[in-house]
Design a protein around this ligand. Structure first.
Ligand SMILES: Nc1ncnc2c1ncn2[C@@H]1O[C@H](COP(=O)(O)OP(=O)(O)OP(=O)(O)O)[C@@H](O)[C@H]1O
Ligand SMILES: [Mg+2]
Length: 150
């Protein structure tokens, strides 16, 4: 976890490529199963950052990393098992149950969650990443680490 903490901070990227590169650095620094909650308006770059994260976590083909908007959850294999969840279309709690999110969050996996604000309960520890549109192709990317058990 220590390496991951070193990436906490605020970054500005100027293109989707730069966001992928940042995600890749972050992914490469992750050395333990972890939840990563992504926040940000429609089209700000949550899936783009997820691609980078997956690459940094050892997923070979970035093309495998696509928005799970309709399926709610994708699964990839890198240095860890990776679940990529998109809660945007989540309407009911039973949807959460049907994708087995509680089990997923308790598994020894990296769990990347787009629209983290839709989670009813936050995981004990998580990286929280907020992306904001600064106009044109600029994005502010704020990375925090929260741990309720200290
Ligand atoms: N600096 C940047 N970082 C990330 N994406 C950028 C940047 N500049 C432009 N873009 C573009 O913004 C779009 C981001 O789309 P993406 O699917 O990653 O967003 P999202 O937050 O996952 O959207 P959704 O809310 O629909 O899930 C892409 O078309 C990407 O090329
Ligand atoms: Mg997305």
């Amino acid at each position: 976890m220590m390496k991951t903490k070193t990436l906490v901070g605020e970054f500005v990227t100027g293109s989707a490529r730069e966001t992928i590169r940042l995600g890749r650095k972050l992914g490469a620094a992750i050395d333990t199963p972890l939840a990563i909650l992504l926040y940000g308006d429609l089209g700000t770059g949550k899936t783009t950052l997820s691609k980078g994260l997956a690459l940094g976590l050892g997923v070979k083909n970035a093309n495998d990393v696509n928005s799970p908007t309709f399926v709610l959850v994708n699964e990839y294999r890198g240095r860890f098992k990776i679940y990529h969840v998109d809660l945007y279309r989540l309407d009911t709690l039973s949807d959460l149950e049907s994708i087995g999110l509680d089990e997923i969050l308790q598994s020894q996996a990296i769990v990347i969650i787009e629209w983290g604000e839709k989670l009813a309960r936050l995981p004990e520890s998580a990286l929280r990443i907020r992306i904001s549109d600064l106009g044109d192709d600029k994005r502010k990317i704020e990375i925090k680490y929260c741990n309720s058990i200290g």
